[in-house]
Design a protein around this ligand. Structure first.
Ligand code: ALA
Length: 476
């Protein structure tokens, strides 16, 4: 048996843990998925349900998962951490099945995450070449993609999707960078990357949001994001919001348990969990406030779906002063966010592989990265040679999904909430109460409140939302 955490260095400080965890949380989920879903589901109503899901279910579960990781910190992998806590609590180790679901979900997410991050890299490349070209021609403040028609700019995404080689090249490149960082270890790889990338990310985020305030239609964006239209709410929309909260906070996906296992015992986990959840939500809202002013000022459709940031925004950047530079900075920002998340998503299954097969970090990370790359390849081919494939055609709510969307839906709408359900029941009802309270660092009313949310609200809400979200016919 290889005891991973005994052979690994943990985080060097509380700040390092917070930065790495915020890095894990803040990613494509915030910048790509959140604005897309908010745009498709009517804006304010979705945002409200999302915030409630984060505050009442997500935040308490962030604490539950990190404490499970630390309490079972003889192991870094999620499955064995849960088994260890079950053992310490004198209950069946079968509860570790939920840790196992988390590891599997994490692996599946990595496969498509890297494909979408590859699209981002493609746009970093295109917008970078565009900006350098403008710079060379002595017009550094020109709009983006000058000299190309609007159709040509929106067509860039179609060009990418119809080219398996290009999709796979950037998918491979992104996975390779992720691998190199994770292979460097917790301290010298993951922590160092977070310390550089997160401040750069925040700088770019605030900078572009301020730019949007002056150059975009900020007022309309605020109305869109904060005026709820409750007629837009339905069980599938609530399932979508809950799944998004899980995805964005990296819940139910082994990440927080594994990152929690590297936390020193003297760090108080409760305030840390609040910081992580609050920062992640703030970034999602800021991302909305960064993107929608630009979308509205260009008269574009906020419900454009997944193409919103890849097709709509480059068109908007065309007409904006300094658009070439802002476009380039925007895609770099998404790249940084995606990278700190993919590192965490690779780390979860890597810890499991190290433990399960007694392999070293580099070999384990390589195995996981290669496996996810292959599944990701199918996702990428789902836009061209496998475009007709609908893996979940038998299931009405997922019937129209292509390969990438199918994996995204199965993980985001089923596996993550299911694992979260298991974790909430385990921490709320089965794990040793004193152990849990001591790890959480809570007592008195805050402990009661947290316990109530984890033991009662989370299981009931997650169960109902899963049931009616997946089988909306039950409500009819
Ligand atoms: N939590 C990561 C994100 O939001 C997966 O992108």
């Amino acid at each position: 048996m290889v005891t991973v955490s005994s052979t690994e260095q943990g985080w060097s400080s509380r700040t390092a843990f917070i930065l790495a965890s915020i890095g894990a949380a803040v990613g494509l989920g915030n910048i790509w998925r959140f604005p897309t879903l908010a745009g498709e589901n009517g804006g304010g109503a979705f945002v409200l349900v999302y915030i409630l899901c984060v505050a009442l279910i997500g935040m308490p579960l962030v604490l539950s998962e990190t404490l499970l990781g630390r309490a079972g910190s003889r192991y870094a992998d999620a499955q064995r951490s849960v088994a260890d806590v079950a053992k310490q609590s004198g209950v069946s180790r079968a509860w570790s099945i939920f840790g196992g679901i988390e590891v599997l979900a994490c692996f599946m997410i990595l496969s498509f995450y890297s494909v979408v991050a590859g699209w981002v890299l493609n746009y970093v490349w295109l917008s970078g070449a565009d900006f350098v070209g403008q710079l060379a021609s002595g017009a550094p403040f020109a709009g983006g993609f000058e000299g190309r028609s609007q159709d040509e700019v929106t067509g860039l995404m179609g060009e990418l999707f119809s080219s398996p080689g290009r999709l796979l090249l950037f998918h491979a490149l992104f996975m390779a960078v992720t691998y190199l960082i994770v292979a460097g270890g917790v301290h010298d790889g993951i922590e160092k990357a977070a310390k550089w990338l997160m401040p750069a990310f925040f700088f770019l985020l605030v900078g572009i949001t301020i730019y949007g305030m002056f150059e975009g239609d900020f007022a309309e964006a605020v109305i869109f994001l904060f005026t709820p239209d409750f007629s837009k709410l339905s069980a599938p929309v609530m399932n979508e919001a809950l799944g998004q909260a899980f995805f964005s906070l990296s819940l139910g996906s082994a990440v927080l348990i594994t990152y929690g296992s590297y936390v020193p015992q003297n760090v108080r986990l409760a305030p840390t969990a609040v910081t992580i959840a609050a920062a992640d939500t703030l970034v999602a809202i800021l991302a909305g406030l960064m993107i929608f002013p630009i979308v509205f000022s260009a008269g574009l459709d906020p419900a454009a779906g997944p193409a919103l940031i890849f097709q709509s925004l480059p068109v908007a950047f065309q007409a904006m002063p300094g658009g070439a530079f802002i476009g380039f900075a925007f895609f770099i920002l998404i790249f940084f966010a995606a990278l700190t998340s993919s590192i965490a998503i690779l780390e979860g299954p890597t810890a499991w592989t190290m433990e399960s097969f007694g392999l070293g970090r580099r070999a384990s990370a390589l195995l996981v990265a290669l496996g996810a790359f292959l599944i990701g390849t199918l996702c990428a081919l789902g836009y061209n040679v496998l475009a007709d494939v609908r893996p979940l055609a038998f299931w009405p709510v997922f019937a129209g999904n292509d390969i990438l969307d199918s994996i995204d839906s199965v993980t985001g709408k089923i596996m993550l909430p299911l694992a979260g359900l298991g974790v909430s029941v385990f921490v709320g009802w089965r794990a040793d109460r004193r152990l849990v309270a001591a790890q959480a660092g809570l007592s008195g009313a805050p402990l009661l409140l947290w316990r109530g949310l984890v033991a009662w609200l989370a299981p009931v809400a997650v169960f109902l939302i899963l049931l009616f979200g997946l089988f909306p016919g039950l409500l009819a």
